[in-house]
Design a protein around this ligand. Structure first.
Ligand code: 8YV
Length: 340
């Protein structure tokens, strides 16, 4: 007898508990090799399947969508951002797309805060010196001086769930909160944070000591921290990015750091298409850049909850309901502007 369970292709390994649950509920095909699949592999793997469980490492563009078997009705992204998926092409093909928002908000905000502290308080450098010397020369009043976070101005670009969670943490660390966002947040959000709303990103960038990016990557936000905007930032400022590399014109950022205009950048995401830029690695060697490899939401707890959200989305969809995290046209987000 043939199975009536939904047939799904999962492109990457997921936490064991999630894979086990999926194997119970669905006819599940997991990419055991856990490497990034090519478009051809995805199309091939989806033959006769109902659902694609994708991640950021899958490029699901219009040409791939055009080749999908007609049986595929749902793309259930394991992740919050969906910039790897051509949403309009999917919708035009009658395919529903879901994501896993909310469950990674707090962990991602924690990481943004850790990166915000790392450079001014020389955390990575402090450890590296001990590892290099295998000894500690001891305390002195002028050794390893960093800079105080309290009293500095933080400029958040994109005050959605994650941006707001970062603001809450930063407020507790004594930073003043400034933000630029598609829409001004209601007083109930702004008041406890004492947050200042800027409708002009350029004006905010000229005033703040730290810029932290929390907008999704859309057509409107690609390159939002452009060469001109980086040039207009306050001398000695820091940049934090836990969102997507494409938000920053990376070469221009490197030039600003090399020139000493900006004091540092803490990047959980960076352009890795041709490997890490050697100039960025040089700056990291010189402790003016901190690099981590897309770890902001990498907690076991978040990954399990992301997996559970994927399961809920698939179950409700296959039962004939609108899945709770289906993407709607507003997620194309055209209103944040790249500007000059
Ligand atoms: C995820 C992320 O790890 O969810 C997102 O948008 O950027 C990451 O933190 C990744 O996207 C999983 O697909």
């Amino acid at each position: 007898m043939t199975s009536t369970k939904p047939k799904i292709l999962v492109t990457r390994r997921l936490p064991a508990t999630i894979e086990a649950r999926m194997a119970t509920l669905f006819e599940t095909d997991v990419n055991e090799a856990d490497d990034a699949l090519s478009g051809a592999d995805i199309v091939f793997g989806l033959a006769g399947k109902d659902v694609l469980v994708s991640t950021i490492t899958d490029r699901i563009d219009a040409s791939l969508i055009a080749q999908l078997p007609a049986s595929v009705r749902l793309i259930a992204q394991f992740g919050n951002g969906v910039d790897n998926i051509d949403l309009e092409a999917a919708w035009a093909a009658g395919i529903t797309v879901t994501n896993t928002p909310s469950v990674l908000t707090e962990d991602t905000a924690d990481m943004a805060m850790a990166l915000m502290l790392a450079l001014p308080r020389r955390l990575v450098e402090g450890t590296q010196i001990l590892l290099r010397d295998r000894a500690w020369a001891g305390w002195s009043p002028t050794s390893m001086l960093g800079h105080r976070l309290r009293g500095k101005a933080l400029g958040i670009v994109g005050m959605g769930r994650i941006g707001t969670a970062v603001a809450q943490r930063a407020k507790a660390f004594g930073l003043s909160i400034h933000y630029y966002s598609r829409d001004r947040r209601p007083p109930a959000v702004e008041a406890p944070l004492d947050a200042t709303y800027w409708d002009d990103l350029d004006a905010m960038l000229a005033e703040v000591d730290i810029v932290s990016l929390h907008t999704p990557l859309t057509r409107g936000t690609n390159g939002i921290l452009s060469e001109q905007r980086l040039a207009a930032m306050k001398p000695g400022a820091y940049v934090v990015n836990v969102s997507r590399p494409e938000l920053i014109e990376e070469t221009a950022l490197i030039e600003r750091l090399e020139a000493g205009h900006l004091a540092g950048a803490a990047l959980d995401v960076f352009d890795n298409r041709f490997g890490i830029n050697p100039r960025l690695l040089e700056l990291a060697q010189d402790n003016r850049v901190v690099l981590t490899g897309h770890m902001a939401s990498a907690t076991l707890e978040a990954r399990v909850e992301m997996g559970e959200a994927v399961i809920v989305n698939i179950r409700t969809f296959m039962d004939g309901h609108q899945p709770p995290h289906r993407l709607l046209p507003e997620s194309l987000g055209p209103r944040l502007s790249r500007g000059a």
